[in-house]
Write a protein that binds this ligand. Structure first.
Ligand code: MTE
Length: 323
C-alpha cells in the first residue's frame, strides 16, 4: 500500500451532521430501542430524503448500538472525500472523483461454499430480515491515519446464521465486484482484481463485525463501497472490503488481496497493533483525518481500542507471526 500526501478535500454538497445529530437525538429519546425489524426494504427511501442526496437514499435505521464509540464522528465530507478504493484509482480523491459511473443498483450477492443455504440473492431480499443499526466505529488504516465513521449496517453474524454454514466452514471469504467499464482503476490493473478478503468464522461471528449499507443515515456513497461493504473495526481498514458480490464459506484460509500483493507487509489477520510496525513505517501513532493538513497524531490502541470484545479470539497466538 502506498502512502500518499493528504488529498485535497472536495467539499461535498451534503450537510450530513444535521441529519446525523437529528437521528442521534431521536435514538436517545427512544432509549435506543430498536423495532428489531425494518419496514419494507432495508434500503427503502423515505419521503424526506437527506438534503441534496444525489443518488443517496435515506435509510431506515432501527437502533443505535452499545458497540458505538462516543468519539465525535468525522464529517460526511471527510468520509466521502478521503478514500482508499483502488478500483477507482490510487489517490485519496480518485474514488470520489471517478466513481460517478458506478451503478450500485440493481445488485445481487452470491453465497456459496460450505453452507446449507447457497444461491444468488437480490440485495433487498438478502438484507431484509435484519435491522439496520447505527455503529459509530473508529477506522484505522494500515497507512497510519484514522477516522470515526457512523456506519449503518447489519450484524454479519446474524446474516451468516441464516445460511447455516456446515461444520467444515472455518473461514468466510468476500469478493468485490469486477466492472472495469465502471471502475477505471480496474482497467489499469493496479492490483489483481477482484479484490478479495477473508475472516475466520469466529471473527465473522463477533458482534462487532457488520455489513455496512450506509453512513450518516444515507445509503453508502459509491466511493465508500456501495451498496454493501464489510466493516471490522479492530482490523486495519484494508480488511473492510467494499462493494461485495460474493460471500463464500471455506474450509481453508482464503487468499486476500494485499497479502497476495505484498505478503511480507500484509498478513491475513491485520489486527490493529501499535507494537508490530509495518516493515516501512511505525504503527504506534495515527494521523486523525479532519484535523488540518498535517493532522493531529494520537497513539494507536491495541485492536484499535476493541480489545475487550476481540482479544479472546487471539489468545495464545503470536501476533507477530499472525500479523
Ligand atoms: N475494498 C476494495 N474493494 N478495494 C479497496 O481498494 N481499500 C481498503 C478498504 N476496502 C479497498 C477496499 C482500505 S485500504 C481502506 S483503509 C478502506 O477500504 C477505506 O474505506 P473508506 O474509503 O470507506 O474510508
Amino acid at each position: 500500500m502506498i502512502i500518499r500526501k493528504p488529498a485535497d478535500i472536495n467539499p461535498s454538497e451534503i450537510t450530513p451532521e444535521s441529519v446525523f445529530h437529528g437521528r442521534r437525538e431521536f435514538l436517545r429519546r427512544a432509549g435506543l430501542a430498536g423495532t428489531g425489524l425494518l419496514a419494507g426494504s432495508g434500503c427503502a427511501a423515505e419521503e424526506d430524503p437527506a438534503e441534496d442526496p444525489g443518488t443517496l437514499s435515506k435509510l431506515e435505521v432501527a437502533s443505535g448500538s452499545p458497540y458505538s464509540t462516543d468519539a465525535e464522528p468525522n464529517s460526511l465530507e471527510d468520509i466521502m472525500s478521503y478514500n482508499n478504493f483502488y478500483e477507482f484509482g490510487l489517490d485519496k480523491s480518485d474514488p470520489a472523483r471517478l466513481s460517478g459511473d458506478f451503478r450500485p443498483r440493481p445488485w445481487s450477492v452470491t453465497v456459496d461454499g460450505e453452507a446449507e443455504l447457497t444461491g444468488t440473492f437480490d440485495l433487498d431480499d438478502f438484507i431484509r430480515p435484519h435491522p439496520i443499526e447505527e455503529r459509530v466505529y473508529r477506522l484505522r488504516c494500515v497507512e497510519a491515519w484514522s477516522m470515526v465513521v457512523p456506519w449503518n449496517g447489519i450484524a454479519l453474524g446474524d446474516l451468516i446464521k441464516r445460511f447455516k454454514p456446515t461444520s467444515r466452514a472455518k473461514y468466510v471469504a468476500f469478493e468485490t465486484v469486477v466492472r472495469p467499464e465502471e471502475m477505471p482503476g480496474q482497467r489499469r490493473g493496479v492490483l489483481d482484481f477482484p479484490y478479495v478478503e477473508g475472516l475466520t468464522m469466529a471473527e465473522a461471528m463477533n458482534p462487532l463485525s457488520i455489513l455496512a449499507l450506509g453512513v450518516y443515515g444515507v445509503s453508502l456513497p459509491n466511493q465508500n463501497g456501495a451498496p454493501i461493504r464489510l466493516v471490522v473495526p479492530w482490523k486495519y481498514g484494508f480488511k473492510s472490503i467494499k462493494s461485495i458480490v460474493r460471500i463464500s464459506f471455506t474450509e481453508k484460509e482464503p487468499p486476500t488481496t494485499w497479502n497476495l500483493a505484498a505478503p511480507r507487509e500484509y498478513g491475513f489477520y491485520a489486527n490493529v497493533n501499535p507494537e508490530v510496525n509495518h516493515p516501512r513505517w511505525s504503527q504506534a501513532k495515527e494521523r486523525t483525518i479532519g484535523t488540518g493538513f498535517f493532522g493531529e497524531k494520537k497513539p494507536t490502541l491495541m485492536f484499535n481500542g476493541y480489545g475487550e470484545q476481540v482479544a479472546s479470539l487471539y489468545e495464545g497466538m503470536d501476533l507477530r507471526k499472525f500479523y
